[in-house]
Design a protein around this ligand. Structure first.
Ligand code: ZN
Length: 157
C-alpha cells in the first residue's frame, strides 16, 4: 500500500491509499479518483513539502562576544587628570602607587569589607589596597577606619 497526497483542480488536498503507484496511475488516467471534498475527478499528486530539521530547531545567530568593559567615569576622570598634572606630581603618585603595590595586598572591590575586618580584628592587620565607592569611603571614615585615597593614575603616558 502507498499513501499519496492528491490535489483536485479546485485546489483541495486530500490523502488516499493505493495498492501501488501503478494502481494510482491507472485510476488517475481513468478519472476514477474523486476529490474527497468536491468529488472532482481531475486530481493530481500534490507535491509534499519536505520537512527539514525538527520543529523549533532554529539556528540562532551567534551572539557577539562581550565587549571589554569601558572605563568608568571615575577612571576616565583620573586618566584625564593624570594627563594634565605636573610631571613631579605624577611621578610622586606613581611612586606612591608602586609603594602601595609592593607593600600592600590588593583586595579589589572588597576594600571596604576587608578594611572593616582588619579594623575589627577579624582579619590580620596588614596593608591593603583596592577600590571602593564614595559612600563606602564615607562610611569607613565614620567608623574611624584609617585609610587613604590616592588618585590611581595609569602607568606610562
Ligand atoms: Zn476538490
Amino acid at each position: 500500500m502507498i499513501l499519496y497526497r492528491l490535489r483536485c483542480s479546485k485546489g483541495h488536498e486530500f490523502e488516499s491509499w493505493f495498492k501501488d503507484s501503478k494502481t494510482y496511475e491507472r485510476q488517475e488516467k481513468k478519472s476514477l479518483i474523486g476529490c474527497a471534498v468536491c468529488g472532482d475527478s481531475h486530481v493530481a499528486r500534490a507535491i509534499m513539502s519536505p520537512r527539514i530539521g525538527k520543529v523549533g530547531d532554529k539556528v540562532e545567530p551567534e551572539a557577539p562576544p562581550p565587549a571589554a568593559p569601558a572605563p568608568s567615569p571615575e577612571q576616565q576622570k583620573v586618566a584625564a587628570l593624570a594627563r594634565h598634572m605636573p610631571k613631579e606630581l605624577r611621578e610622586a603618585l606613581l611612586k606612591a602607587r608602586a609603594e602601595v603595590e609592593k607593600n600592600c595586598e590588593h583586595v579589589g572591590d572588597k576594600f571596604a569589607e576587608e578594611a572593616r575586618k582588619i579594623h575589627y580584628g577579624e582579619s590580620d592587620k596588614r596593608g591593603i589596597y583596592g577600590e571602593t565607592t564614595d559612600e563606602e569611603a564615607v562610611a569607613l571614615a565614620e567608623e574611624g577606619i584609617e585609610f587613604g585615597r590616592l588618585p590611581w593614575i595609569p602607568r606610562g603616558n
